[in-house]
Design a binder for this molecule. Structure first.
Ligand SMILES: *Cc1c(COP(=O)(O)O)cnc(C)c1O
Length: 389
């Protein structure tokens, strides 16, 4: 073996020994509250399909119709000849829905974040990020050459001190809803602080968009904030919207600059037009079927009431992400395995996705779950939890 593969093999062995090895499931069925894996049915509590749209009949129909019209591949990047009327219509609808002048589609949230931060920031700037921000936000900042400072999770006092020490342009970037903790950033106070210190604010609302706020616009709407307060809004379409891709919404100057200059926009093939058409249908469903967000939120509340009675270690999470901190990776894995034997799929999230000794069961709910399924999960946790304590 050459030096590279020797090194990789050693790292893999280390991972395996520490119970940090990850294995993929192969699903035989569509995403939904019940999925089939290796011929076995499992109630699914680990998807980000919060509104239960990923296999919705209307999405499937709009995808099929759009494939008939547009074919499958987009053929090129947006700037060459890959931009279709379906992409354009979705961008306009997302801009209007989010209350911003313009929106730009990216093939993934990872690309949207790295592309946006590496276009906006340059050496000499400072970017301040919550310690629990998504990996793509950190990567984008590192790639930009700006000075990256991380602040303690949701700690505005630390952030304020750091902002006071900054020389030159400053940008603050947070997740609206934190993906592994399920809690919400203190957005109203953050926006006020950013304004007072003349820092530019970006919110990644991958887990809030479609779920939170009166109209489902997300965590910024729930905090009463508009485009003035949060000039850079990013959200993904692969979670609550049940499709794939992401968008950034903001001013004409911002969006045009990303379109002209974000390297992973300019040099990357556009998402298939049919998926943009399905995304537009998902956006319409999110607007017309408000019951989906109220149902998923009420399931999460039901779970919290039950978990409190069982004395389970809930976090301060308001939405469909309800993690239970277990501690060691071994224990989290053992719990997840036992739940799976009982027909319940709950993922064990371990380092490096979360800090050491905070391995957890990351439980997520969908509008497609029933109350009975939530109760079954609570019953199983009541049976297993103590044995692995
Ligand atoms: C999932 C996620 C992303 C990445 O989005 P993809 O479309 O899956 O690439 C970015 N930010 C956050 C907070 C996420 O949870």
């Amino acid at each position: 073996m050459n030096i590279f593969e020797q090194r990789l093999a050693a790292q893999l062995a280390e991972r395996e020994a520490a119970n940090l090895y990850r294995r993929r499931l192969s699903l035989d069925t569509a995403q939904g509250p019940v999925i089939q894996v290796n011929g076995r049915q499992l109630v699914n509590f680990c998807s980000n399909d919060y509104l239960g749209l990923a296999a919705h009949p209307q999405l499937k129909e709009s995808l099929r119709n759009a494939v008939t019209r547009y074919g499958v591949g987009s053929g090129a990047s947006h700037l060459v000849c890959g931009h279709s009327a379906a992409h354009h219509e979705l961008e306009e609808a997302l801009a209007e829905f989010s209350g911003r002048p313009r929106a730009l589609l990216f093939a993934s949230g990872f690309a949207a974040n790295t592309g946006t931060l590496s276009t906006l920031l340059q050496p000499g700037d400072t970017v301040l990020q919550d310690r629990l921000n998504h990996a793509s936000l950190l990567d984008g900042a590192l790639h930009s050459g700006a000075r990256l400072q991380r602040f303690a999770h949701n700690d505005l006092q630390v952030l304020e001190r750091k902002l006071d020490a900054v020389r030159g342009p400053a940008m603050v970037v947070v997740d609206g809803v934190f993906s592994m903790d399920g809690d919400v950033a203190p957005l109203a106070a953050l926006a006020q602080l950013a304004q007072a210190k003349q820092a530019y604010l970006m919110v990644d609302d991958a887990h809030g968009f479609g779920v939170l706020g009166q109209r489902g616009i997300g965590s910024t709407e729930a905090a009463g904030l508009g485009a003035q307060d949060v000039p850079v809004l990013m959200a993904t379409l692969g979670k609550a919207l049940g499709t794939v891709g992401a968008f950034v919404a903001g001013s004409d100057t911002l969006i045009e600059s990303l379109l002209q200059g974000a390297r992973n926009y300019v040099y990357s093939t556009a998402m298939p037009p049919a998926l943009a058409a399905a995304g537009l249908t998902a956006l319409h469903l999110l607007q017309s079927e408000a019951w989906r967000r109220s149902h998923v939120l009420s399931l999460a509340a039901r779970f919290r009431r039950g978990a409190e009675q069982l004395d389970l270690p809930l976090l301060d999470a308001a939405g469909p992400i309800q993690p239970l901190i277990v501690g060691s990776a071994d224990r989290a894995l053992a719990l997840s395995r036992e739940l799976q034997q009982r027909g319940l799929l709950v993922s064990a999230i371990r380092p490096p996705t979360v800090p050491p000794n905070t391995s957890r069961l990351r439980i997520t709910f969908s509008a497609a779950h029933s109350e009975a399924q939530v109760d079954t999960l609570l019953q199983a946790l009541a049976d297993c939890w103590q044995r692995h304590a």
